[in-house]
Design a protein around this ligand. Structure first.
Ligand SMILES: Cc1cc2nc3c(=O)[nH]c(=O)nc-3n(C[C@H](O)[C@H](O)[C@H](O)COP(=O)(O)O)c2cc1C
Length: 188
């Protein structure tokens, strides 16, 4: 089975991103088409990009970069779980993306975004040119979560609506389809 990596972008103490990411992880396991891995950028804890050479050369000096490279290279498809900060995605996600190059290429990526009324959609629009330059294929089927705070229950768990669950299934289906199409191009 292809490996789907769910990447939780928010690193803030008190973030809602982790419980949203855990919900995405559970739905992806339930979907059944992938080996699923949850990657929490707070745990990965990358410093601001500190490699002297352009990532396209793959000549990494630091162990944290080598570990991050090996981890992302093992993924066949990704879901970025992103908050919206000031109408864009957050700095830790940009930093984590910028560290690598070939590792991301020719793989599909889906977006789970959240925020207020706009459901993090402006963060996704800002992400699209970034993933495009890395030759990733963004899937149209996304999961935009409006007023995310209202969906966190008293125990701190994310309580999704049925429409969000259906949207997640649509996104996983498309990630699976695109992985099958893109996979042969990766071995060329
Ligand atoms: C620095 C900052 C900027 C924010 N900007 C926006 C914004 O532009 N649009 C929005 O809908 N919510 C915005 N919010 C509210 C976030 O959607 C909300 O705090 C959410 O819980 C952030 O995700 P996190 O808890 O996983 O970090 C902002 C929050 C922070 C901390």
């Amino acid at each position: 089975m292809p490996t789907l990596q769910i990447i939780v972008a928010s690193t803030r103490p008190g973030r809602v991103g982790l419980v949203v990411g855990q919900w995405v992880h559970e739905r992806a396991v339930e979907h059944g088409a992938f080996d699923v891995e949850l990657i929490d950028l707070a745990e990965v804890n990358l410093p601001f990009l500190d490699e002297p050479k352009h990532p396209r050369l793959g000549q990494y000096q630091h162990q944290h970069t080598k570990s991050w490279s090996a981890r992302i290279a093992a993924g066949d498809a990704y879901v970025f779980v992103t908050p919206e900060y000031n109408h864009s995605f957050n700095a830790p996600l940009k930093n984590a993306i910028d560290y690598l190059y070939a590792e991301w290429q020719h793989k599909p990526v889906g977006f789970v975004s959240y925020g207020g009324l706009a459901a993090g959609t402006r963060a996704v629009q800002a992400l699209k040119p970034v993933v495009a330059v890395l030759k990733m294929t963004p899937v149209v089927e996304s999961v935009p979560i409006p007023f995310v705070g209202q969906l966190i229950d008293a125990d701190g768990r994310f309580q999704a609506t049925d429409s969000l669950t259906r949207a997640a299934v649509g996104m996983f289906n498309e990630l699976k389809r695109l992985d099958a199409i893109l996979r042969p191009t990766r071995s060329q």
